[in-house]
Design a protein around this ligand. Structure first.
Ligand SMILES: NC(=O)c1ccc[n+]([C@@H]2O[C@H](COP(=O)([O-])OP(=O)(O)OC[C@H]3O[C@@H](n4cnc5c(N)ncnc54)[C@H](OP(=O)(O)O)[C@@H]3O)[C@@H](O)[C@H]2O)c1
Length: 263
């Protein structure tokens, strides 16, 4: 989405989780449009290399931020720093997220709470922080990355699936609340996609991922296009669309046991 006016040229697109996968691909696509970018993730060196690549490929100003978004204090310090520097965020891409494969009782509690802090808390906090500026300017765009996991319970990955159900529900509600205010709000719901996600989650060998993963650039392009069009929910790929549609007519007890097998 290219925004054209001199006022908008001072605005940034903030992309969380920009050091790999979908966040990196979206950053590359937006850099090619000449956008000013704020890229955020934990791995500082990798972000610095990516910032150089993005600048060389046509981005406007690129700023990188090494922040652990699951750390409340770090998140607040980041928000305070952008307020102090009076950086305007015209587009927010809440993409950073991770999942953990395993049974809820056996996985560590702290790790699962970190998943909630990142996938839910940080996404909510960032959204709340950027909205006042967007509302004053009467324009803005927010892309929240959920998952096809948002549409059903996920035995074997219970907290991750529940966190993505929150992202979908929250984003839909927000889109409705902001209708007519010039702010586009979109929820991108990818299925298995070729990024570092499966490795981090410990599920690269799961039947779900072995059955095929989508290309990260393709998913990213579709997500950005959906945001540009103001589409509230976007499922990339025919397989994901079909599965989400069929879920509506399938008893939840069947779906639960199918997901348990796929994980
Ligand atoms: N790939 C899939 O199959 C798939 C399917 C459905 C939905 N999704 C969703 O897509 C989004 C992007 O994931 P991906 O597939 O691109 O996976 P990925 O390649 O693992 O990327 C995740 C990104 O999030 C960042 N991140 C992780 N923890 C963070 C933290 N505490 N603070 C700040 N940044 C953090 C990572 O960077 P650092 O490690 O440098 O912090 C990385 O840049 C996630 O929300 C995921 O749930 C993925």
């Amino acid at each position: 989405m290219r925004v054209c006016s001199s006022a908008m040229d001072t605005e940034f697109t903030l992309i969380t989780g920009a050091s790999s996968g979908l966040g990196l691909e979206m950053s590359r696509l937006l850099a090619a449009e000449g956008r000013n970018l704020m890229i955020l993730a934990r791995r500082e060196e990798r972000l610095a290399e990516i910032a150089e690549e993005l600048s060389a490929s046509g981005a406007g100003e690129v700023r990188s931020f090494a922040v652990d978004l699951s750390d409340t204090k770090a998140l607040e310090a980041f928000l305070a720093s952008i307020a102090r520097d009076e950086l305007k965020i015209g587009t927010l891409i809440n993409n950073a997220g991770f999942g953990l494969r395993g049974s809820f009782a056996e996985l560590g509690c702290e790790d699962q709470l970190r998943c909630i802090d990142l996938n839910i808390r940080a996404l909510t906090r960032l959204t709340h922080a950027v909205l006042p500026g967007m509302r004053v300017r009467g324009r803005g765009a927010i892309l929240n990355v959920a998952s096809t996991a948002a549409f059903q319970a996920g035995p074997g990955m219970a907290v991750y699936y529940a966190s993505k159900a929150y992202v979908l529900s929250f984003t839909e509600a927000l889109a409705q609340e902001l209708r007519g205010q010039g702010i586009h709000v979109t929820c991108l719901c990818p299925g298995p996609t070729d990024t570092e996600f499966a490795q981090v989650a410990g599920m690269a060998d799961s039947p779900l991922f072995r059955s095929g993963a989508m290309d990260a650039t393709l998913v990213s392009r579709q997500g950005l296009r959906a945001l540009q069009r103001g589409q509230v929910i976007h499922l990339p790929g025919m397989r994901n669309k079909t599965l989400a549609f069929l879920l509506r007519f399938t008893p939840r007890s069947w779906v639960r046991s199918l997901v348990a097998r796929l994980q």
